[in-house]
Ligand binder design. Structure first.
Ligand SMILES: NC(=O)c1ccc[n+]([C@@H]2O[C@H](COP(=O)([O-])OP(=O)(O)OC[C@H]3O[C@@H](n4cnc5c(N)ncnc54)[C@H](O)[C@@H]3O)[C@@H](O)[C@H]2O)c1
Ligand SMILES: [Zn+2]
Ligand SMILES: [Zn+2]
Length: 364
């Protein structure tokens, strides 16, 4: 099988042949259909966060089940599936309290599957699997709990987006922040994830939806997803403009979806008194932000993190899939570009250059 391997941060991915060991208990072999070009993989390529190497990255994927390992009971060969980047164990504290996206086993970034070992080899060399998946490869052996069945006929070239950007962005609105109809919303960073926050806000009938980005292309795209106003923060003060657009109050809900101290600060300051600030972007490891504590106290702001849209994949992904089928969430416009696996480095250059919407690696 062909896969894109990261040997060291700040070096291009190497697309090459790898061997794949058969699935063990509670694992399945899948053939990838599509894999999204998400910034979270880019953090590891850029060295913003450590991860064991060599590794096959790619955590936003859709696939077809090809072979079942022992004890797999919920899937059959030929099932189309969305891949969850936090396969959950079902037994830890967080799985048990209904927060499987925080699973103690599934959310640990150590490069192996649930038992800590990897099924990818190059000769004798072990190759790690990012997020217990490794979607930048033609095939992968993944945990059964990472597979959420898709209805037959769902467009597989777009289905990868259901594995990260859609549940993260829409989930941030519905599950994490719980935005009410009519509320004002500001979204700082309108790429793959931010556009889904915007369409999530539209879905729940938010009032004003203010898109903030440094790229006019991203702002134009944001408008297509339901943004009522656009603010180019490289040309005007985004905090002052959000206040102006919200009658001097600041937004009821703000979201950070780029991943930096600067954008987190904008999201914090653009929220109104008693407003909720949801941090969705992943900043480089070790980066912190300072806020004036008196504003936190006296303005009663609420700051919260959001991992994977606080989604319970086996419950929420089928719901989101139905919303796509009913035309209430868009994937077709979100997927702006298709690439072959051999073009994965080009795909990430396009992400770095801020091309609007999401790129997707589509497998043959
Ligand atoms: N919390 C989670 O579970 C989760 C899941 C997926 C992605 N993420 C993170 O979310 C972030 C966004 O991912 P993505 O794939 O949408 O990235 P992306 O590259 O597609 O989009 C980022 C957007 O931010 C804009 N931007 C850059 N600098 C900015 C600035 N100073 N002010 C305003 N906008 C700015 C870019 O122009 C771009 O439109 C990343 O940090 C990613 O790792 C988190
Ligand atoms: Zn992602
Ligand atoms: Zn668990």
């Amino acid at each position: 099988m062909r896969a894109a391997v990261l040997y060291e941060p700040k070096t291009p991915l190497v697309v090459e042949d790898l061997d794949l060991l058969p699935p063990r208990a509670n694992e399945v072999l899948v053939r990838l259909a599509s894999a999204g070009v998400c910034r979270s993989d880019h953090h590891f390529m850029a060295g913003h966060a450590p991860f064991p190497t060599p590794v096959v990255l790619g955590h936003e994927g859709a696939a077809i089940v090809e072979e079942l390992g022992p004890s797999v009971s919920n899937l059959k060969v030929g099932d189309p599936v969305i891949l969850s980047f936090v396969p959950n164990c079902g037994f830890c504290h967080f799985c048990t309290i209904g927060r499987p996206y925080l699973c103690d086993v599934g959310s640990v970034a150590r490069g192996g599957l649930m038992d800590g070992t990897t099924r990818l080899r190059k000769g004798d060399m072990e190759i790690y699997q990012f997020a217990k998946l490794g979607c930048f490869g033609q095939y992968a052996v993944v945990p059964e709990s990472a597979c959420i069945k898709l209805p037959q006929g769902f467009p597989l070239d777009q289905a990868a987006l259901m594995g990260c950007s859609v549940p993260t962005g829409v989930g941030a609105v519905i599950n994490t922040a719980q935005v009410e109809a009519g509320s004002t919303v500001a979204v700082v960073g309108c790429g793959g994830v931010g556009l889904n926050i915007i369409q999530g806000a539209r879905l729940v009938n938010a009032g004003k939806i203010i898109a903030v980005d440094i790229s006019d292309g991203a702002l134009k795209m944001a408008e297509r997803f339901g943004a009522t106003d656009g603010v180019n923060s490289s040309k005007e003060d985004p905090v002052a403009r959000v206040r102006e657009l919200t009658g001097g109050l600041g937004a009821d809900y703000t979201f950070e979806s780029f991943g930096s101290a600067t954008t987190a600060k904008v999201a914090y300051e653009a929220a109104r008194k008693a407003g909720t600030v949801t941090i969705v972007g992943l900043a480089p490891v070790g980066e912190s932000v300072s806020i004036d504590l008196t504003t936190l106290t006296r303005m009663e702001k609420i700051v919260r993190g959001c991992y994977y849209g606080s989604a319970r994949p086996h419950v929420d992904f089928p719901k989101l899939t139905r919303l796509v089928q009913e035309g209430k969430l868009d994937l077709a416009i979100l997927k702006q570009r298709s690439y072959g696996l051999d073009q994965v480095n080009e795909a990430y250059e396009d992400l770095e250059n801020g091309l609007p919407g999401r790129g997707v690696i589509v497998y043959e």
